[in-house]
Design a protein around this ligand. Structure first.
Ligand code: ADP
Ligand code: MG
Length: 641
């Protein structure tokens, strides 16, 4: 009998080990972002394609690697961050196990370009299946540019385990947000399929929270900051009136590392007791810093769980710090009264913090340790200006909600008058009268107004374009974009007035969401109801779709809502666009008939009628043209007539 035990080849051993570290594209994102942070980068760009399945790329301007290091970094247990076992207890960097790049190289095709600031030339390395397939000098900017392509290309079983693109993108966004929140001093961007989802300028933590978690928190954050010899806590918590029925905006970082801790969550919740409804959750973004020797971050491979040397002290400290912050906030709201009487109406301000609670917080033994310097810092000098912004924010919203439609005034008078009259009685076209004010008629006198020639046939080209003869020449209409405009105005009207009727779902679909998306959906729920989607919460992060717009086929509502949440996040950088506006744009985009769809002549007719009943028929809400006009004189010129 021959011996049967063999050593596994490196690449297989690495693949197995990779299973622990890289479970999905988001795990790679986390590791690569952390490496960039550890490298001292001040600008970090994350680029993904196909939810990270096709590409995860991180470009940083950090310290780069030498040629040897660039090759070494893909070896298992290769790290520059610890040398001795004792170092483990002094860890200040995000990584230290030396496993991430080895794992990535085992399950993806990796291209690395890196250059140290003092080197003239950088190093290019291509690696696949843990094997270097190409290495050469390369001209490249200072820092590291690492691209991980086709994750799990060589482990199809794992690839099949990946979830939908929407779900995987959400995981990536979650990781991105965690890193972005813990390093507000670093510029971050996230580009997904060529579209920039996040563009986060360097700033304060408060600014970063508002950038990432939403403007609704602007001026509604309470500063938490306490220091003792043993540990420090700093960060922000939401004023009680910002608490939501769904979880999602709760973040703990220990020594800048995101952690999950039901225990510490409980500490925060208990501090809010009686200030918020029992089933609601306040926002918090809290950073606990303590001597690394007091924590064991090594207990879990993905490093999200944590063991404190003395858990009870940390609990009591967190609870006391939050109570203190809340007490500070509710006994000193006078500054706010001076600034804006509207704020007095806010629940958080009018709801008193009971006196014995204040006393309890103030006499808590932990506070005796706090140095004077770090107390009573809630009202920061910057608070004033932020309150002003808070007001601006609401004004902006009002403007965008009603104003965007009327902003361009060159579109009036382009109507299908006669056809319209015919159809009015039949109620095919929703009546837009009374919906946003029509822009003033700016038609230049003497110039013919555009009118589609009803007698002539409509022609569809490439199942995408509709050619229609007009009194001035002809127009080429893009069916998808035109329909997007029509739906946009219809939904906007519904969002601001009479709700769209819904039909009860026969088989209500359940949506299980990430914490972040659940919060988002909870926020959008009322507006969605207006638009015909009846959605109800169903537990912490689940929702049931009870009804869909009456004029819509049922079946794909789940996808619609998932896409909507994704898109909604794409829009987050456009702060000027109101919540409702984003929602309406996204739904219009999703429900529009697509290019490539054959239309009957009747469908084309109705589409054109509806288009020219719009307030702003010539572009979509995003500014794309819906049709192009070819005037007779222009055509004649072309043919030199
Ligand atoms: P760890 O981060 O645990 O040390 P990794 O496998 O993530 O292990 O990285 C291995 C080593 O490669 C790091 O210790 C670091 O020296 C180097 N490295 C990785 N990414 C970068 C980067 N973006 N810039 C500079 N050096 C890097
Ligand atoms: Mg690392």
């Amino acid at each position: 009998m021959p011996d049967i035990i063999q050593l596994l080849p490196d690449n297989i051993a690495n693949q197995i080990a990779a299973g622990e570290v890289i479970q999905r594209p988001a795990s790679a994102v986390k590791e690569l972002l952390e490496n960039a942070v550890d490298a001292g980068a001040t600008e970090i760009r994350l680029i993904i394609q196909d939810a990270g399945k096709a590409l995860v790329q991180v470009i940083d301007n950090g310290k780069g690697m030498s040629e040897t290091d660039a090759r070494m970094c893909f070896e298992r247990h290769a790290t520059s961050k610890i040398r001795h076992i004792d170092d483990l207890f002094r860890i200040r960097t995000m990584g230290f196990r030396g496993e991430a790049l080895a794992s990535v190289a085992a399950v993806a095709q990796v291209v690395l370009k890196t250059r140290k600031p003092d080197d003239e030339i950088g190093t290019y390395i291509e690696i696949e299946n843990s094997v270097v397939v190409k290495q050469e000098p390369v001209a490249t900017p200072i820092g590291t540019n690492i691209a991980m392509k086709n994750l799990f290309f060589n482990v199809p079983a794992r690839r099949n385990f990946l979830k939908s693109n929407a779900a995987e993108t959400r995981h990536i966004v979650d990781e991105f947000i965690r890193v972005a929140l813990s390093f507000p001093g670093i510029f971050f961007s996230l580009t997904s399929n060529g579209q920039e989802m996040f563009h986060l300028e360097k700033g304060t933590l408060k600014q970063r929270i508002v950038q990432v978690l939403g403007n609704q928190y602007n001026a509604r954050l309470v500063n938490v900051q306490e220091k003792t010899d043993y540990l420090n806590i700093q960060g922000f918590i939401g004023k009680p009136d910002t608490a939501k029925k769904t979880r999602g905006d709760q973040y703990f970082f220990v020594n800048n590392r995101f952690i999950r801790s039901a225990y510490l969550h409980h500490a925060v919740m208990s501090a809010y007791q009686d200030m918020i409804a029992a089933d609601s959750f306040p926002l918090y973004v809290l950073f606990i810093d303590l001597d690394p020797s007091q924590v064991d971050i090594n207990v879990h491979p993905t490093k999200q769980e944590i063991k404190f040397e003395d858990e009870k002290i940390v609990y009591a400290f967190v609870q006391a710090a939050i109570k203190h912050a809340l007490a500070q906030f509710s006994i000193t709201p006078t500054l706010e009264f001076d600034l804006d009487p509207g704020i007095q109406q806010l629940d958080a301000v009018s709801k008193p913090f009971t006196e014995d609670k204040q006393a309890a917080a103030a006499t808590s033994p932990l506070f005796k340790n706090f140095s004077q310097k770090h107390q009573a810092h809630f009202i920061q000098p910057s608070e004033k200006s932020e309150l002003k912004n808070w007001k601006d924010f609401f004004e902006d919203r009002e403007q965008t909600a009603g104003g965007s439609q009327t902003s361009s005034g060159n579109t009036s008078g382009q109507k299908f008058e006669s056809l319209l009259d015919k159809l009015k009685g039949e109620d095919i076209i929703p009546d837009y009268a009374g919906f946003l004010q029509k822009p003033a008629d700016t038609g230049i006198p003497g110039r013919l107004q555009l009118e589609v020639d009803e007698q002539s046939r409509l022609t569809q080209l490439h199942n995408t374009y509709i050619v229609a003869s007009t009194n001035r020449g002809f127009i080429l209409v893009h069916q998808q974009l035109a329909h997007e405009r029509v739906l946009y105005e219809r939904y906007l009207k519904a969002a601001n007035g009479k709700a769209i009727a819904s039909q009860q779902s026969l088989f209500p679909v359940t949506l299980q969401l990430s914490a972040q998306d659940a919060v988002l959906l909870a926020e959008l729920m009322n507006d969605l109801n207006q638009l015909g989607y009846l959605i109800e919460p169903f537990g912490a992060q689940a929702f049931v779709i009870q009804g869909t717009p009456a004029d819509m086929d049922q079946g794909n509502e789940k996808t619609v809502i998932e896409n909507l949440l994704e898109q909604y996040k794409h829009f987050t950088s456009e702060l000027k666009v109101s919540k409702r506006e984003k929602l309406v744009r996204s739904l219009a985009w999703q429900h529009a008939i697509k290019q490539g769809k054959a239309l009957t002549e009747q469908e084309m007719k109705v589409l054109l009628q509806e288009l020219f009943r719009c307030n702003q028929p010539n572009t979509t809400a995003n500014g794309n043209p819906t049709y192009i006009e070819f005037k007779k004189d222009y055509l004649e010129q072309l043919f030199k007539r």
